[in-house]
Design a protein around this ligand. Structure first.
Ligand code: BGC
Length: 448
């Protein structure tokens, strides 16, 4: 790859986390429990028994974490707000003490010259709203807009970039179809409804922002490009279904006001006829799209793999991470270019990118994580390539700043560029953090 090209001036270099994965103290200062608080307390759902009671203790150690971000030279920090800290019942009464935490965090970031990028929903629905049907209740759009308004009024004077939802596909696929994530349902008929309500909630929050906000709001999706395992008609059709299910199910409604045709094939009789007025509402201009990219998928027809009838083919001699995801940086370039070609030339951010690897212990204090360094380097080169090919990429957020709770996989999978000792909570930057700090310092000049 060429090294004559550097990242644009003002390119935003950041790192990301989410509330339940790092904060700890989930019920502190009057917060209401979330579906993740409940999920981790239900026997068998999180095999390790790990939960977010302490996590990285970011709720109490945030000042130390902001100092660390400054030391690494980060320009921006992407974090999420725990809805239940702010509205313990999900709607109605505002808990000022919960809101204060985010006011203090934002102030600390700004005092250190770090821009906050705030995600309103990163999977931790207030349990009180789950009791009312959660994402299956159409009223959730109004509940979400009410919560979003509280946040805009409290922080829009200081926060210039907002994201409505993080990865609606994962919320639905994990939470309502396979049940591996909260609230743990396994129901083919619920999944399309939950997705549709997520999109309506996104739209309602964007409307609220247009009425009261002064800066920028967007959506964050996880995109995983699908490549056919062969040219057979069966594999090509399976690849189209897999792509529609995971990627276009969310982007087509937001940018084109319709669902992909393949959705009816994927869900069969479970696919409802959604009102066209809803789709007109969902199709609203957003100011940016956040893309979370981890891996690709080589797809082959598999009649037993429901609902898409497609499964992944393992690539011989390719590197895989600890979560069994193929390391495939070219897929990041392809994905960013694909977004531009299919959805228009809007500003993009890579809002998550990173890898879980086993970090070997070291005798010398510095944690050496060469595989993660290599992952970051090659994916940043791939991001640069996308910019060279005309993509309006504005920033990059490493996932994650800290080793944290990897949802139902507990603390066993470490994505952090900063190691967190599970006993002492001591933070130690890994070699990848040092490498990334140098990327930031040179604006990508050290990538080769
Ligand atoms: C999520 C993160 C998660 C990461 C690694 C993304 O899907 O937004 O919360 O930790 O991937 O699995």
């Amino acid at each position: 790859m060429t090294n004559s090209f550097s990242f644009p001036d003002g390119f935003l270099w950041g790192a990301a986390t989410s509330a339940y994965q790092v904060e700890g103290s989930p019920l502190a200062d009057g917060a209401g429990p979330s579906i993740w608080h409940r999920f981790t307390r239900t026997p068998w759902l999180v095999p390790s028994g790990d939960n977010g009671d302490v996590a990285c203790d970011h709720y109490r150690l945030y000042e130390e974490d902001v100092r660390l971000m400054r030391e690494l030279g980060l320009h921006a920090y992407r974090f999420s707000v725990a809805w239940g800290r702010v509205l313990p019942e999900g709607t109605g009464r505002v808990n000022e003490k919960g809101l204060d935490f985010y006011r203090r965090l934002v102030d600390a970031l700004l005092e250190n010259g770090i821009q906050p990028l705030v995600t309103l929903y990163h999977w931790d629905l207030p349990a009180a709203l789950d009791d009312r049907g959660g994402w299956l209740n159409r009223d959730v759009a109004g509940w979400f807009a009410e919560y979003a308004r509280v946040m805009f009024r409290a922080l829009d004077d200081r926060v210039r970039t907002w994201a409505t939802l993080n990865e609606p596909w994962v919320v639905t696929d994990g939470g309502y179809l396979h049940g591996a994530l909260a609230p743990g349902h396994r129901n083919l008929f619920e999944a399309p409804i939950a997705s549709h309500h997520l999109l309506l909630a996104h739209a309602a929050a964007v409307e609220a922002y247009r009425a009261e906000g002064r800066h920028k709001i967007g959506l964050v999706v996880n995109l995983e490009p699908k490549y056919p395992a062969s040219d057979s008609e069966e594999d090509l059709a399976a690849t189209r279904r897999a792509d529609a299910y995971m990627n276009r199910q969310y982007l087509d409604p937001v940018f084109h006001g319709r669902y992909p045709d393949e959705m009816a094939e994927v869900f069969g009789e479970a696919w409802p006829d959604f009102p066209s007025a809803d789709l007109a509402r969902i199709r609203q201009p957003i100011d940016f799209l956040g893309v979370n990219y981890y891996t690709r998928n080589v797809t082959k027809f598999d009649p037993t793999a429901l609902p898409v009838q497609a499964s992944a083919v393992k690539q011989k001699r390719h590197a895989y991470t600890e979560t069994a995801w193929e390391v495939y940086p070219e897929g990041l370039t392809d994905t960013l270019v694909w977004v531009k070609e299919n959805y228009g030339d809007l500003p993009l951010y890579i809002t998550e990118n990173g890898a879980a690897f086993y970090d070997p212990p070291t005798a010398h204090g510095e944690l050496s994580d060469p595989l993660r360094v290599d992952y970051l380097r090659t994916h940043l080169q791939a991001a640069r390539e996308a910019i060279e090919r005309g993509v309006d990429l504005r920033g990059y957020f490493a996932w994650s700043l800290l080793d944290n709770l990897e949802w139902s996989l507990g603390f066993s999978k470490r994505f952090g560029i900063v190691h967190v000792d599970s006993e002492t909570l001591k933070r130690t930057p890994k070699a990848s953090a040092r490498f990334y700090a140098e990327v930031i310092r040179t604006n990508g000049g050290n990538l080769g």
